[in-house]
Design a protein around this ligand. Sequence first.
Ligand SMILES: [Zn+2]
Length: 54
Amino acid sequence: MATKIPSAQRRLFKNLFFCKVCKQKIRVDNSKILAGKVSCRRCKSKSFRAVRKK
Ligand SMILES: [Zn+2]
């Protein structure tokens, strides 16, 4: 089943994060998340989790 997922879709998930506070979906570069340079557009929170990590 996993092989059916197009690489483009996998790439979409790669830089996709959820705000831990308000569940806002945000797409940013992974390194920016790790560097703490990203804040949530809605609640200004800086805590995110990867979308696939569930
Ligand atoms: Zn938020």
